[in-house]
Design a protein around this ligand. Sequence first.
Ligand code: TMP
Length: 210
Amino acid sequence: MFITFEGPEGSGKTTQIPLLVDWLCAQGYEVELTREPGGTDIGNQIRDVLHDPVNAAMDATAEILLYSADRAQHVAQLIRPALAAGRVVISDRYYDSTLAYQGYGRGLDLGMLCAITAFATGGLKPDLTLYLDIAPEEGLRRRQAGGEEWNRLDAETLDFHRRVQAGYMALMAQEPERWAVIDAARSVEEVQEEIRARVGTRLEQVMRNA
Ligand code: TMP
């Protein structure tokens, strides 16, 4: 089973994902936790280039190709082998981030982004995508308050982050069965409880169909 997490900056993914991993491991699942950009050594080098605020001059086409290069390496080196070995793979972000940030946020052609994404992933889709929903203003505030890495994308305007959020909503409307929307403005415990319930239900479905 392949699970991805999506959401705006400061939505709490980095707090929630390890708690989910602990829960799955306690039930005997073997879990591979990973992230985009990054997840492999090559991917982490690409991540540094993508996130360094010094690279403010990065061209939007170069940006999408770098995210996609990272993704191609990630799928080939880590995700597909882990799924083939029977592990549950959980990725902090995947191609929906490209569609939301580069497509809806930057206004790049969505058809082109889908074609590049299909090339990079060989068509590998998540079984379940959890969206941690929080208003962009609140997410950015939390991120600054938490002293987390402040990357090149965080430094975009609030309008950009609002377009990204609207983009996620449009993606969910196209494929509602793949997505679970979680209200991330609640306590860590409440959010985690709902994540576990959604993942548990989908795991049962996937097991039944296997
Ligand atoms: P994060 O690791 O803290 O979530 O930061 C990843 C940043 O990269 C976040 O601002 C979203 C952005 N991003 C894209 O713009 N496109 C992508 O395809 C991916 C994977 C991430």
